[in-house]
Design a binder for this molecule. Structure first.
Ligand SMILES: [Cu+2]
Length: 112
């Protein structure tokens, strides 16, 4: 009986560990200015494999929780850059950046 419980708890431990192994929480530097930037960044990260994404307008840090089995950190950088925001790793295309509203032009103006 003792052995069974022991075996079961080991099995449970392995299953739990496996279920959580894909979850990664990280913080990424993302450039932007205002609440509109925040909405834009968080909206594009409403994406398969991303559990949580929160960008801080003051610190410019994006706290993101994602499932590493479904999405890579590189892809997260690319998603953010695709809507005009530079990250520490991926730069947004100039033509996408140019389409941002004036208040969001973080490369030219720092509104903080
Ligand atoms: Cu903005």
């Amino acid at each position: 009986m003792k052995t069974t419980i022991f075996t079961l708890s080991i099995a449970f431990f392995i299953v739990t560990a496996r279920a959580q192994s894909g979850t990664v929480a990280t913080s990424i530097k993302v450039f932007g200015n205002c609440a509109m930037c925040k909405a834009r960044i968080e909206k594009v990260l409403d994406y398969k494999g991303i559990k949580q994404a929160q960008w801080n307008t003051k610190t410019k840090q994006l706290d993101v929780v994602y499932n590493a089995d479904k999405i890579t950190e590189q892809k997260i950088h690319e998603l953010v850059a695709s809507v005009g925001h530079d990250t520490e790793k991926v730069k947004a295309k100039d033509e996408v950046y140019a389409l941002l509203p004036f208040c969001c032009l973080y490369r030219d103006h720092d509104h903080q």
